[in-house]
Design a protein around this ligand. Structure first.
Ligand SMILES: [Zn+2]
Ligand SMILES: [Zn+2]
Length: 114
């Protein structure tokens, strides 16, 4: 079975690198969410992964797609006075998440041991 090693988004933290570890209170008594580096990827948001050749071919197709038809998914969120969005641009043709890194960025250099 042929497999290809790629560097991809950390599954554990979904590439966020930092994860909420609980709630704490600031000196004014306001509750806020504490974050800590993801334990799976040490706060890098990336992890190495072996994928099947067929999966690699799908990624390759996404890399070659011109992404002419795209739509946005996600929305705005409010929490504890903070506002953020998780809007993501997704290609209608190949299904690629255009906010994610492309295949050219995900191919792992075998000489890079770090
Ligand atoms: Zn992670
Ligand atoms: Zn596409």
């Amino acid at each position: 079975m042929t497999k290809v090693h790629i560097l991809t988004r950390c599954e554990h933290c979904q590439g966020q690198a930092y994860l909420p570890v609980g709630e704490a209170q600031d000196y004014q008594g306001n509750t806020y969410t504490r974050f800590a580096p993801c334990s799976s990827c040490d706060g890098t948001g990336k992890s190495g992964k072996w994928v099947e050749l067929s999966e690699f071919a799908r990624l390759l197709a996404q890399a070659q797609c011109k992404h002419e038809h795209t739509s946005f998914q996600g929305g705005m969120h409010f929490s504890a006075g903070d506002m953020w969005d998780d809007l993501q641009e997704v290609c209608d043709d190949c299904g690629a998440n255009l906010d994610k890194q492309t295949l050219g960025d995900t191919i792992d250099d075998p000489d890079d041991i770090s």
